[in-house]
Design a protein around this ligand. Structure first.
Ligand code: CND
Ligand code: ZN
Ligand code: ZN
Length: 375
């Protein structure tokens, strides 16, 4: 039995920014009080992991084990863990839900105050790490770290899901799918018959499209500089797609024309501040709502003329689509099992953990939507 013992296993370690990940033998310490050790089964590669690797999220410390879109099986639990036991299927929560803090108690917020997003301590809640490699301490990433055969999670960062869920698909509910889908349903609250535009048609943007469709939007316009993304976007619900490179005039002017006075809703799913500004401008100047979903570089600033908001527009944002993870993720999995939405269309590639750098190359080349790594 492994319970109570250090586990030696493989992990993809990021030693420094702007370098390939390296597959290493690491040691994973047993879970302490209110912690859970999980054997990973599947994890997606999200652009946010790449933002860290590229150095654009500069507060993340190295060496680190990245990955925040994971699903696995509980190997052992620490003292005090009540509702999770070895053998349970679980999804990792990069946006945790402690259930006790001011924001967890507010039904309008999912931004648990214990979240490591933005702070990037790289530690478990008790301010220590469970990972070592070659005698060095390795940082955790936003309470998850899924690019490893075994990881340790604080109980607040674990959602227990039903036993019959296919982990190689529902891992997307751990980030990409839920982030996009919730941005449409929870953050924008897209209304039936409305007009929407989704800027950036990667795994996150496509999930916004799915959310807009479920909400009954009349028009869902996909916007991407890579026209190769259009076929899949239309398959999951986009009513038309446009490439800003094909127009001389600014894209918000084009969208204003297509929608007779501006969109009801727009979503930025790239992480580019100038696109955030044009997504805002493309909404109706009085009743439009624009949602920031993409993660911009740490040092970036958004340039806006206040008049763009003064006339009545709403600018919003959300982490993890506004979902409270422990409450909502099991329900999202149940909705998937009940065929309310599909995930297959979002998965373009499957690779073993050992080929993780190939997965990042596919993302850089614009060829992948989601690459799911298996173990
Ligand atoms: P991915 O890189 O797969 O998709 C981005 C898409 O944007 C690609 O299809 C690009 O071709 C397209 N694109 C790039 N530049 C432009 C441009 N100037 N105009 C139009 N299209 C463009 O990324 P992803 O879908 O994995 O993630 C999207 C963003 O969401 C990214 O910034 C990621 O960090 C962020 C995110 C946010 C959250 C959250 O909780 N809010 C969680 N995970 C990821
Ligand atoms: Zn993500
Ligand atoms: Zn909390």
């Amino acid at each position: 039995t492994t319970a109570g013992n250090v586990i030696k296993c493989k992990a993809a370690v990021a030693w420094a920014p702007k370098q390939p990940l390296s597959i290493e033998d690491i040691e994973v310490a047993p879970p302490k009080a209110h912690e859970v050790r999980v054997k990973m089964v599947a994890t997606g590669i999200c652009r946010s992991d790449d933002h860290v690797l590229s150095g654009s999220i500069s507060s993340v410390k190295f060496p680190v084990i990245l990955g925040h879109e994971g699903a696995g099986i509980v190997e052992s639990v620490g003292p005090g863990v009540r509702n999770i036991k070895p053998g349970d299927k679980v999804i990792t929560l990069f946006q945790p839900q402690c259930g006790e803090c001011r924001n967890c108690l507010d039904p309008k917020s999912n931004m648990c105050l214990k979240s490591d997003i933005g702070k990037h301590t790289g530690m478990m809640l008790d301010n220590s790490s469970r990972f070592t490699c070659k005698g060095r301490l390795i940082q955790h990433f936003v309470h998850t770290s899924t690019f490893t055969e075994y990881t340790v999670l604080d109980e607040m960062a674990v959602a227990k899901i039903q036993d019959d869920a296919p982990l190689d698909k529902v891992c997307l509910i751990s980030c990409g799918f839920s982030t996009g889908y919730g941005s449409a349903l929870n953050t924008a609250k897209v209304k039936q018959g409305s007009t929407c535009a989704v800027f950036g048609l990667g795994g996150v943007g496509l999930s916004v499209v799915i959310g807009c469709k479920v909400a009954g939007a009349a028009k869902i316009i996909g916007v991407d500089t890579n026209s190769d993304k259009f076929a899949k976007a239309k398959e999951v619900g986009a009513t038309e797609c446009i490439n800003p490179k094909h127009y001389k005039e600014p894209i918000h002017k084009v969208l204003e024309r297509l929608t007779e006075g501006g969109l009801d809703y727009s979503f930025e799913c790239i992480g580019n501040t100038s696109v955030m500004a044009s997504a805002l401008l493309s909404t109706n100047y009085s009743c439009g709502t624009s949602v920031i979903v993409g993660v911009a570089p740490s040092a970036a600033e958004l340039n806006l003329n206040p008049m763009e908001i003064l006339t009545g527009r709403t600018l919003k944002g959300a982490i993890f689509g506004g979902w409270k993870g422990r409450d909502c993720v099991p329900k999202l999995v149940a909705d998937f099992m009940a065929k309310k939405f599909e995930l297959d269309g979002l998965i373009s590639h499957r690779l073993p953990l050992q080929k993780i750098n190939e997965g990042f190359d596919l993302l850089h080349k614009g060829e992948s939507l989601r690459t799911v790594l298996y173990f």
